[in-house]
Unconditional design. Structure first.
Length: 255
């Protein structure tokens, strides 16, 4: 074989091996955002609130992983290369009260927590529940959680409560609203004491006091409950005080 050609082939083999090794050894590990305050705030100090962690997770998703810090929140690599999931970690047994009243936006800065990223929200102690409370009729006057279109979200060991929608139009999902094309999983999670209240004409429709599942979306519940959610519609149609699943959605319940 020509000596020059032999050297070129050898160099290509070495480069291919090095490239494979680098690619294989730098798989993206699981990232965590550790929430260190129960106060509902947006700030530039060292505090990382639940709201800020959601905004960071959304920015991380939309920036293809380049946005890794916001305010007091930062991504922490847990070193597990086999797990590429993004986790938001809450203190077990804590209550996170949402207090930044709704301004009708979908960026999670005010009102409900708008999720536009695939995440797991869980607690520091498996099996010990943590509460996310929207304050009912004296709080946000908004739902608790809005999972926007096309994302996979898991809620583990949580209580989702205090969502309150009072409107003069149709309204859905005071606890959790699952938008089209999303998949949500609840594990050891309670969706309770959320309320939909509307005062509107006969064409008004309110659905899902606790949870609303849009078309082409799915909800899986494992050892989870939906309870004590309410709806009230003065003249319109009300369906599913606990949960409402649109035609074409999927609901799986594992006791």
């Amino acid at each position: 074989m020509n000596k020059k050609l032999h050297q070129i082939i050898y160099q290509l083999v070495i480069l291919t091996f090095v490239s494979f090794f680098i690619h294989s050894s730098t798989a993206i590990a699981a990232d965590q955002i550790i929430v260190n305050t129960a106060i509902d705030l947006l700030s530039s100090d060292k505090s990382c609130s639940l709201r800020e962690s959601i905004i960071l997770a959304n920015a991380f998703e939309s920036s293809s992983g380049t946005m890794r810090s916001l305010g007091g929140c930062s991504m922490i690599d847990d070193g597990n290369a086999a797990d590429t999931q993004l986790y938001i970690i809450l203190s077990a047994g804590e209550t996170y009260s949402l207090t930044r009243k709704s301004l009708g936006e979908d960026a999670s800065r005010y009102g409900d927590l708008d999720v536009s990223s695939s995440i797991v929200i869980k607690t520091t102690v498996e099996g010990e529940q943590t509460t996310i409370d929207a304050g009912s009729d004296t709080g946000l006057i908004d739902r608790v959680l809005h999972v926007q279109s096309g994302y996979n979200v898991k809620l583990q060991d949580l209580v989702v409560t205090g969502g309150y929608l009072s409107m003069q139009m149709s309204a859905d999902g005071a606890g959790i609203f699952i938008d089209e094309g999303s998949q949500v999983e609840l594990q050891n999670t309670s969706v309770s004491e959320n309320s939909l209240v509307t005062v509107c004409n006969i064409s008004c429709h309110v659905r899902g006091g606790g949870i609303y599942i849009s078309t082409n979306s799915s909800l899986m519940m494992t050892q989870s409950v939906v309870s004590y959610n309410t709806m009230e519609s003065e003249e319109g149609v009300a369906d599913g005080a606990g949960l409402y699943a649109e035609e074409g959605s999927e609901l799986n319940i594992n006791l």
